[in-house]
Design a protein around this ligand. Structure first.
Ligand code: HEM
Length: 96
């Protein structure tokens, strides 16, 4: 299993827009190799982690390059104040 985590540093006044965007997004149905994602907000702040799980890196890369990614990110503001930082991991061990 492969995990891609996108960290979004969001000004407090912009956080509502980001959360609304995610609640509208959907769009991951039927994406090959996609397992799940969580949108996590740091307690008491407006720093977010988008934690996504995939069968493997290839599935993640195919999504990044495809239409489903465009559809869920097409509404992003070109002058967005959000800073984004991606990190990727291989899952070594997992427990329910
Ligand atoms: C881990 C892989 C991901 C990457 C690299 C990524 C990339 C980004 C980036 C760079 C932004 C900031 C856009 C801005 O500046 O406003 C963003 C926001 C956003 N992402 Fe992702 N994202 C990922 C996962 C996801 C997933 C799985 C979804 C859900 C389908 C999603 C939906 C959104 C939405 C709705 C926003 C807010 C757009 C807005 O309204 O401003 N992202 N993402």
């Amino acid at each position: 299993m492969f995990v891609a985590i996108n960290r979004l540093q969001v000004p407090a006044e912009y956080a509502g827009r980001i959360e609304e965007g995610f609640s509208r997004a959907g769009g991951m149905d039927g994406v090959a190799g996609f397992i799940a994602f969580d949108l996590l907000r740091a307690e008491g702040g407006s720093d977010y982690l988008v934690v996504t799980r995939w069968d493997d890196r290839a599935a993640f890369e195919t999504w990044r390059e495809g239409d489903a990614f465009q559809r869920s990110h097409g509404a992003a503001n070109p002058n967005s104040p959000v800073k984004s930082e991606l990190t990727t991991y291989d899952v070594v061990l997992s427990r329910p």
